[in-house]
Design a protein around this ligand. Sequence first.
Ligand code: NAP
Length: 284
Amino acid sequence: MYKIGWIGLGKMGEPMCRQLIGAGYPVVVYNRSKGKEEALKVLGAVVASSPASLMQQADVIFLMVSDDQAVSGIFNGEQGLLQAKTTGKLLINMSTVSPSISKVLAPLCKQQGNNYLDAPVSGSVKQAEERQLVIMAGGDETTFERAKPILEKLGKLVMRVGPTGAGNATKLAMNILLAFYTQGLAEAVIFAKRHDIRTEDFMALVNISAMGSPFIKMKGDAIMENNYRAAFALKHLAKDLRLAKSEGLATPLGEVAFRTFQQAEPAFGEDDIIAVIRQLNPAQ
Ligand code: NAP
């Protein structure tokens, strides 16, 4: 059985890593700030002192960290993955990052004697906890086939969508749609409220209509409960729209969503994405 290395124990990384421990894999973990490893240590995880040290100890190394900058530091830092003198490893980057960074890192890993797969996820903390993530991968077929049985322990669908970077591009496309849904729901609720329609009534109708979906139900409930605690932090969606823009997003809705989420980030970046409703209507 492969030994797993897991880097990044944030909201998503921690429950995902937990799934692999639960599936019986021996796991070594690393997180930038200390303390987050403790709960996993109790479950048997070993803690590495640096990404390079983790790579020495593991066969398959996962990353689940915030953004391009974090990924770059983990690969290129003094104690980074590219410093490890090891070959035959499989590096799976599940973070939502740019296709460009994957296209830079994959050949560097190859030169080092290792393989890289981009494999970002759709779904949030609940889906991570319930092994219901949707995983879209970019890389060569052999690398994908090696990763697939492990990825299947994390999600309900694991699909290779193309060569290196294709997983990242697909994930950005999904988050463009996510931004439209989020802003669309917020604007519809605000409009209905301005016409004295109770949000409870409006959401009951939307949820049972053809427009209803698990996402709309979840975020509608959050609005009604005044619960903006982050499942998916707004700052991450603002980051994804910046990435999408730098990768060519220039459509009418895309421009609007980009602007809205950048404007919302300073005040609501740490809150959930649906807190965008507070940006659009401060009375909310
Ligand atoms: P999070 O809770 O904010 O955790 C971020 C993780 O990245 C932490 O482990 C953090 O370490 C690490 N990190 C940040 N900057 C770093 C740096 N410069 N060097 C090393 N490590 C660094 O984020 P998350 O919600 O788990 O999201 C992780 C990724 O998944 C993001 O790319 C996000 O867009 C994507 N995603 C999230 C969701 C969701 O619903 N939350 C869904 C799908 C995809 P520290 O503990 O030291 O801060």
